[in-house]
Design a protein around this ligand. Structure first.
Ligand code: ZN
Length: 298
């Protein structure tokens, strides 16, 4: 199923997403099963207990009163992740464009949880950042505690998948060998638009991924081009640190980031960045960067 965290008239709500394209509808889960909690974050705290109820929700709901998109604000499907783990250089083409060899081990960094923002929210770039850049990525949301899990069973720990834009301040990221600071600014982790539960994603390594800036395609790849698969990443991480429900993994970005273009093209005030993944939906975030206003006519 597809689950959305909503803000309905200032209150949190859990939405069930049905239909596709212009027919996409969101239904208030409370109207379908009042036992279910009001957010995905709460679901994740007892994922195994809630899963049967989620599976029993009707996929096609002829609901007389779907939530009108104008009345409901989509917020991130995970509002309070314990940790966001980033994976660097995880697509062969992206490693090449940055001039780095394909690594033996994935580069792991953190994005602080305060960086999370909604799938339609603004990316706000403060003046301390001169080189804001996008990274469209498959997001993995953990639903079960995982420590020392083998890759063959690692996907059992996944609650579902979503889309994440690993927005990066290249100037701050590359001041030192540690990337975390440049990855962690407020609003630099748009996540959403919803969570697609793992049972509805037959193979996370067979998903088309595309990023557009102002409608122009800048990244286009498929998750099959990852160096380290989702299962590999979970197995490797869990051999060192526990993964707990609500944790998010940003699994790396394909080629085409702005900083690797010739000349580099960083995000500017008013840009709209869309990241779309097959089966998972799309993010659409406007950039607010008053200090990076375009010179001359737009
Ligand atoms: Zn990234």
């Amino acid at each position: 199923v597809r689950l959305a965290n909503l803000c309905v008239e200032g209150k949190p709500g859990l939405g069930l997403v049905t239909g596709s394209g212009s027919e996409t509808t969101i239904v208030d889960v409370a109207a379908l099963d009042s036992r279910l909690p009001r957010s995905i974050d709460e679901l994740l705290e007892s994922w195994d207990a809630w899963s049967p109820l989620l599976a029993a929700l009707p996929h096609d709901v002829a609901d007389p009163s779907p939530i009108a998109p104008a009345d409901a604000e989509l917020v991130s499907p995970v509002c309070r992740p314990g940790k966001i783990v980033g994976v660097g250089l995880n697509y062969r083409d992206h490693a090449e464009e940055t001039g780095q060899p394909v690594p033996d081990y994935p580069t792991i960094f953190a994005k602080f949880p305060t960086s999370v923002t909604g799938p339609r929210s603004d990316i706000v770039v403060p003046s301390v950042v001169e080189r804001p850049d996008y990274e469209g990525e498959l997001g993995v949301v953990i639903g079960r505690y995982a420590k020392d899990v083998d890759a063959s069973v690692a996907l059992d720990a996944v609650a579902g998948y979503t889309v994440i834009n690993d927005v990066s301040a290249r100037d701050i990221q590359n001041r030192t060998s540690q990337w975390t600071l440049g990855k962690s600014l407020d609003t630099f982790a748009p996540i959403g638009p919803w969570l697609v539960t793992a049972d509805d994603v037959p193979d996370p390594q067979r998903l088309a991924i595309e990023t557009r800036v102002n409608g122009k395609v800048v990244q286009q790849s498929n998750t099959r081009n990852m160096v380290f698969s989702v299962a590999d990443i979970i197995a490797l991480l869990s051999s060192v640190v526990p993964l707990v429900p609500g944790d998010v993994i940003a699994t790396g970005t394909p080629a085409g980031v702005g900083g690797a273009q010739d000349p580099p093209r960083f995000l500017e005030d008013g840009d709209v960045v869309e990241v779309e993944i097959e089966c998972l939906g799309q993010l659409s975030n406007r950039v607010r960067a008053p200090h990076r206003r375009r010179l001359g006519a737009v």
